[in-house]
Write a protein that binds this ligand. Structure first.
Ligand code: UD1
Length: 454
């Protein structure tokens, strides 16, 4: 059983109190990438031997993915930051609804299940707080590879008839460079008969990490990290020992925490090439960012935060997973900035909560127009999704007085020991049981959330 290593009260029943306006200093250790860990765990199903995966972050989402694998008949052992996944006895083709509905990434098991067993039954991950998030691109690609796929009673049923139950290589053009669809199809293709070419593929570092993991198991994949990925199917994959990349979104979140608090900190390990767009925007915003040896990055905040416009884009563009945090920074800038969300249709729900803290933000469609204010004021606020919760932490670090954040179950899905890491840097914050607080905030607009976030 995998358990996140925090001994703090669980997210849904706790509140994070932050006393703002303390500067940060020192060095912070960046954990393994959540989105790599989740998809690599799914990828381990492709191998009928055991795989060791290192640098696994301690997160609720990782624990949930472990439960999905267990439900499929796979052995999962966890020791420190290492998982050993033994899929020798992968036997169940049905992923349980209760688990998939809590974690969108668990839908990614559909590719490996089809490739290994020739059959998969995976519930639709459903809507989530940041948008509708269909899986049509996954389904269309699997059909192009010869799978029969139908959706019945909320579950995707897929099977491969004939050809010894093996998928067939195909040329697949993705209408949009979806990270998840690229990963599903790449995994499915590793064990298919013949060659698969994915065009307009996602180029995110986590896609490359998954490709490297699959290659370490003997898969033949070329072009990961470009918009065309070619996979030549092999009959089987073998065991491996693999370490996943550092989390670029966690790193970006700490960079912004430093920029907004006027601080100087160092981060390691980081891969600066994974942060090109974030670094460029932070420099435009006045911060100095200095790459150092051994995958270390130093940030020194500028004397003031300069307003700059940002648009989210697929990699190498500015990541949608950094949009909320960057907006928090812009609330204290010296002018007006426009932040445009182009990847997900409903990912500006943190706006209302930032406004509660004194930010001046107006929304127009998928754009937020942020007019910088001289200061934010601590307030009770509610996190509406994972990165929104990080944005509120960042705002709280810079605000005057006390900020109380509830909805921490979102934060716990994706940040490994965030409070502890911030405390080590000198931030003043603590997690307490919800009932001991005197004020409870409701989200700024009526919202329905499910846990199946990014
Ligand atoms: C992954 C990341 C998430 C990140 C996102 C974009 C994981 C676990 N999550 O999510 O943190 O924010 O990439 O970088 O890796 N779409 C379709 N049809 C599909 C698939 C996607 O229309 O079949 C749309 C989505 O609704 C969304 C856009 O494509 O509007 C991008 O989605 P996608 O790249 O697939 O994101 P995820 O893989 O879900």
């Amino acid at each position: 059983m995998i358990t996140p290593n925090s001994s703090a009260p669980d997210g849904a029943n706790s509140v994070l109190e932050i006393w703002g306006r303390h500067s940060l200093s020192g060095q912070v250790q960046i954990s393994g990438a959540k989105n790599s860990a989740l998809v690599v765990m799914a990828g381990a199903l492709l191998c009928s031997q055991d795989c060791r995966i290192r640098n696994i972050p301690s997160l609720v989402d990782v624990a949930r993915m472990g439960e999905v694998l267990l439900a499929l008949g796979v052995k999962v052992e966890h020791s420190n930051d290492t998982l050993t996944i033994d899929s020798t006895h992968l036997s169940h083709s049905r992923a349980p609804y209760e688990l998939v509905s809590q974690l969108r990434a668990s839908f990614f098991v559909i590719g490996p299940l089809l490739a290994r067993l020739g059959v998969a039954r995976v519930p639709l991950p459903g809507g989530c707080a940041i948008g509708a998030r269909p899986v049509d691109l996954h389904v269309r690609g699997l059909r192009a590879m010869g799978a029969e796929v139908h959706i019945d009673h909320g579950t995707v049923h897929a099977c491969v008839r004939g050809s010894r139950g093996r998928l067939q290589g195909a040329r697949i053009y993705l209408d949009y460079p979806s990270v998840g669809a690229t990963e599903t199809l790449m995994m499915a293709a590793t064990l298919a008969d013949g060659e698969t070419i994915i065009e307009n593929a996602a180029q995110e570092p986590e896609v490359v990490d998954l490709a490297n993991f699959c290659r370490a198991m003997g898969a033949r994949i070329r072009g990961a990290g470009t918009n065309t990925i070619t996979i030549s199917g092999v009959p089987s994959l073998h065991s491996t020992d693999y370490s996943i990349i550092p989390d670029r979104i966690e790193a970006g979140t700490f960079l912004i925490a430093a920029a907004i608090t006027g601080s100087e900190i160092t981060l390691s390990p980081v891969i600066p090439d994974h942060l090109t767009a974030v670094i460029a925007k932070l420099r435009e915003a006045g911060a100095e960012i200095i790459p150092e040896v051994h995958n270390r990055l130093r940030i020194k905040a500028g004397p003031q935060i300069l307003a700059t416009d940002t648009q989210t884009r697929p990699f190498p563009g500015f990541p949608t997973d950094m949009q909320a945090q960057f907006m928090a920074l812009m609330t204290l800038s010296n002018g007006n900035s426009m932040i445009t969300e182009t990847v997900f249709e409903n990912r500006l729900r943190h706006v209302g909560e930032l406004v509660r803290m004194g930010a001046d933000i107006r929304m127009k469609g998928n754009c937020a127009i942020v007019r910088g204010v001289p200061c934010l004021a601590g307030a009770p606020v509610t996190a509406t999704d994972l990165r929104a919760s990080a944005a509120l932490v960042i705002a709280g670090l810079a605000a005057e007085g006390k900020t109380q954040i509830q909805g921490l179950q979102h934060l716990d899905r994706g940040y490994d020991n965030l409070e502890h890491k911030l405390q080590q840097l000198g931030a003043k914050l603590q997690r307490i049981q919800a009932e001991t607080t005197d004020e409870v905030a409701q989200p700024a607009e009526a919202t329905v959330t499910t846990a199946a976030g990014e």
